[in-house]
Design a protein around this ligand. Structure first.
Ligand SMILES: Cc1cc2nc3c(=O)[nH]c(=O)nc-3n(C[C@H](O)[C@H](O)[C@H](O)COP(=O)(O)OP(=O)(O)OC[C@H]3O[C@@H](n4cnc5c(N)ncnc54)[C@H](O)[C@@H]3O)c2cc1C
Length: 481
């Protein structure tokens, strides 16, 4: 791997102790195994972990954490490593804790509409289990092999985010091993062992483990809300020449709360694969395409949704918008409605033209800033010969949402990786300066966030981190504090 950083020292006595805890087959310091965990799809520089451990029981995780805490060895929780931000790359070496083998679906409560999962349960596994009950979850347009719980704790978004909000808002309870090895529960299951239905009305301490990038504890069980699947799918697809027109339409339609997903994509992102290097858009093609996904229980309900959609279209067109009803490219539409996606989610369609690398400036940005930020991003990206493959998505009931670019690049060429990194960080700075907030931030982003953060906020984060992780062993350095 190009640009691999210097290796830290492997200690056979540590390997021996880890083998005693999880069994000889579940812990190793063999280099070819460690190598597999040293990189991801992103621009983040590869680094080798010193040990790879695959626990199967919660008690084993507790023992590993106690030992690591005593010995001050960094621990990196990992499920599939698809976060595209280098979040599982071990900045300081240490123990890579791969939780894939803890993949039991503990419960699907068909009546109360929640499920309890172990961290290794993948989107694909959860989707097929839920389908038996005609239930669904907000699957991301990401790899089906990724972990549902990791997506939820990282504030992931999916095909129901227009309706229900972020996936972290669906968390109902959690069991967590702290960096010092104690087991804690948060939410209703903390009060009654078998009650996994809600985090509220208790103080929301689940927030100590969401958005923290695996730096405050290891989630060993998670409760998630699930939802019934109405049978009738209707997707409204439109095009517009500018993000101003597209954003106005998405905001207007969002007011009526009739859509599960409200997403616009630039022409470059609607191409499968994303063009690399940059290729100009054909002049006659509209720059923005959107899909508004609705699900209904009856034909009449579908018609009512259609009536509202037509009303919004008329209102926007009367204002002089370039908005038009359009046909969304079939492959791309499937990728966004048949979730978990086998098309975009396979990642090959995103990365195959460029050569295995992909990263993003991924942000939550106020809707009225989408267009000015996008205009700047376009300049930055095209200057660096990269496609402005941008997505915007409304979140439930509020006028902010995802603004993100997907940037493929050839992972084998250090100069191209650096070109993508610089472009992405430059895009991110523009967004932060317009009130946006990056999600699942790589360390490069963390630095930019913290530079702008209120001092009291940074000090509070430091205090919480020190309280939970006194020896700073959990995913060390990822918060760039
Ligand atoms: C092409 C593509 C498209 C994507 N589209 C989307 C999308 O639309 N929406 C979206 O939300 N995401 C998307 N993603 C991102 C990604 O798939 C998700 O973030 C994914 O759900 C993370 O799961 P993972 O198993 O890969 O987590 P990992 O990458 O293994 O881990 C993510 C983070 O969680 C921490 N962590 C993992 N397990 C635990 C645990 N048990 N306890 C504490 N911390 C833990 C890790 O340390 C790391 O910081 C996309 C990715 C790709 C490649």
């Amino acid at each position: 791997m190009t640009g691999m950083s210097k290796e830290t020292k492997v200690d056979p006595l540590i390997t021996k102790r880890l083998c005693e805890i999880v069994g000889d087959k579940n812990a190793t310091d063999m280099k070819h195994v460690r190598y597999a965990y040293s990189y991801d799809l992103s621009f983040v520089k590869p680094k080798l972990p010193d040990y790879v451990v695959m626990p199967t029981e919660v008690e084993q995780i507790q023992e590993v954490m106690k030992f690591a805490n005593e010995e001050k060895i960094p621990v990196i929780p990992y499920t599939a490593g698809t976060n595209i931000g280098g979040l599982c790359i071990p900045e300081q070496g240490g123990i890579l804790l791969d939780l894939k083998r803890m993949n039991k679906i503990i419960r699907i409560d068909e009546e109360s509409h929640y499920a309890i999962l172990e961290p290794g349960v993948s989107h694909a596994q959860f989707a097929s289990a839920l389908a038996k009950y005609n239930l669904r979850w907000s699957w991301p347009v990401g790899p089906p092999s990724a972990s549902t719980s990791s997506n939820a704790i990282c504030h992931g978004i999916g095909g129901l985010s227009g309706r229900y909000g972020l996936n972290s808002e669906e968390i109902t309870s959690m069991e967590v091993v702290l960096p010092t090895g104690e087991l804690v529960r948060v939410g209703s299951c903390a009060i009654q062992e078998d009650a996994w239905h809600s985090c509220l009305p208790l103080p929301r301490v689940d927030g100590l483990f969401t958005g923290w990038l695996g730096t405050t504890g290891v989630i060993t069980k998670i409760g998630l809300r699930v939802h019934p699947t109405p049978p009738i799918l209707k997707v409204f697809t439109t095009s517009a020449d500018t993000l101003g027109d597209m954003g106005a339409y998405l905001r207007n339609l969002g007011n009526y709360e009739i859509c599960d997903d409200l997403t616009g994509v630039s022409w470059w992102l609607s191409q499968v694969p994303i063009p690399y290097p940059y290729k100009p858009k054909p002049e006659e093609a509209p720059e923005w395409i959107s899909f508004a996904t609705t699900f209904s229980w009856t034909e009449k309900e579908k018609e009512a949704r259609e009536e509202i959609w037509k009303m919004v279209m008329d209102e926007e067109i009367k204002k002089g918008s370039s908005l038009k009803e359009t046909v969304y490219p079939e492959e791309a539409l499937k990728a966004r409605t048949q979730l978990p996606s086998q098309i975009v989610g396979s990642t090959k369609n995103y990365t195959k033209q460029a050569g295995a690398g992909i990263s993003w400036p991924g942000t939550f940005t106020p809707l009225n800033k989408w267009e000015p930020v996008y205009d700047e991003w376009k300049k930055i990206l095209i200057d660096r010969n990269l496609s402005p493959a941008v997505r915007v998505t409304n979140y439930r009931g509020v006028h902010y949402g995802m603004l993100r670019a997907m940037i493929p690049f050839p992972k084998k060429e250090p100069a191209s990786v650096e070109n993508a990194r610089q472009a992405i960080v430059d895009c991110l700075k523009v967004d932060l300066d317009n009130g946006g907030i990056p999600y699942k931030p790589p360390v490069d982003f963390g630095i930019e966030i913290n530079k702008r953060a209120q001092q009291g906020y940074v000090e509070l984060l430091k205090k919480i981190k020190l309280m939970l992780d006194p020896n700073d062993i959990m995913n060390t350095d990822k918060l760039a504090l």
